[in-house]
Design a protein around this ligand. Structure first.
Ligand code: ADP
Length: 221
């Protein structure tokens, strides 16, 4: 199997109040194309930071990330944005839906280059797949947490990413909604081979993935 993601000697530090805070160090791993993976570890261990760097949303202090065949450190911000738009889906911990857009308009955001009618039809189809076709004209504030999470999933999948990153995809969801979201994620992996990278506290969810990496205090353990 080929690697979709390869992380080498990754280090991330922040400067705060004149001090250097090392959040990640000596991180090395690879994930296979089409695999399902979990990143686990205590709160504050650096999982969200690692996910953002792997997805090209943030830059490491040193080390390399090779994502979908591209060495991210060699890419300009524009090239990085183009790669993300082409190959990467991301589900944020707090969903980050745009409050002024309806559910269907949120799902259409990554489809902005398409004709409006085509994008809307595709977004409606995606909402239907996450069981929300009857909520398409609701604004985020009118949706429950689980519904917002499913809109975020539909949006993350709208550009048919080869790799989908999700930060606590079942956090704050009741058991039933959590099951639905997990089924949707693993369905994407089975049906179209989307690689999954899930940051989670949910041991049951991590146990369902093929590979689990654990970080503690910014290092792999
Ligand atoms: P986790 O997702 O495992 O809870 P995070 O990656 O969110 O951990 O955070 C790891 C550490 O990095 C924490 O100590 C956090 O306070 C710190 N951190 C995250 N982002 C920043 C930032 N922008 N500036 C300074 N410190 C940060």
């Amino acid at each position: 199997m080929s690697d979709i993601l390869s992380v080498r000697s990754l280090r991330k530090t922040y400067q705060s109040a004149g001090k250097t805070l090392t959040v990640l160090q000596d991180i090395d791993f690879t994930f296979d194309t089409g695999s399902t993976n979990a990143i686990i570890g205590p709160s504050g261990s650096g999982k969200t930071t690692l996910l953002g760097i792997c997805a090209g949303l943030d830059r490491p202090t040193s080390g390399d990330v090779v994502l979908a065949g591209q060495e991210l450190s060699r890419l300009s911000e524009d090239e990085l944005a183009a790669l993300r738009n082409r190959s990467v889906g991301f589900i944020f911990q707090n969903f980050q839906l745009m409050p002024s857009l309806t559910a269907v308009e949120n799902v259409m955001v990554p489809l902005e280059l398409r004709k409006d009618r085509e994008a809307r039809a595709k977004a409606m189809d995606l909402l239907d797949r996450v069981g929300l076709s009857d909520r398409s004209h609701h604004y985020p504030i009118q949706l429950s947490g689980g519904e917002q999470q499913r809109v975020a999933l539909a949006r993350a999948f709208s550009n048919q990413p080869t790799i989908l990153f999700a930060d606590e995809p079942t956090g704050n969801l009741d058991a039933e909604t959590s099951d639905k979201v997990v089924q949707l994620l693993f369905g994407l992996n089975r049906e179209v081979g989307t690689t999954l990278v899930l940051v989670t506290h949910n041991a049951e969810l991590a146990a369902q993935t093929q590979r689990v990496i654990r970080i503690k205090g910014g290092r792999l353990v």
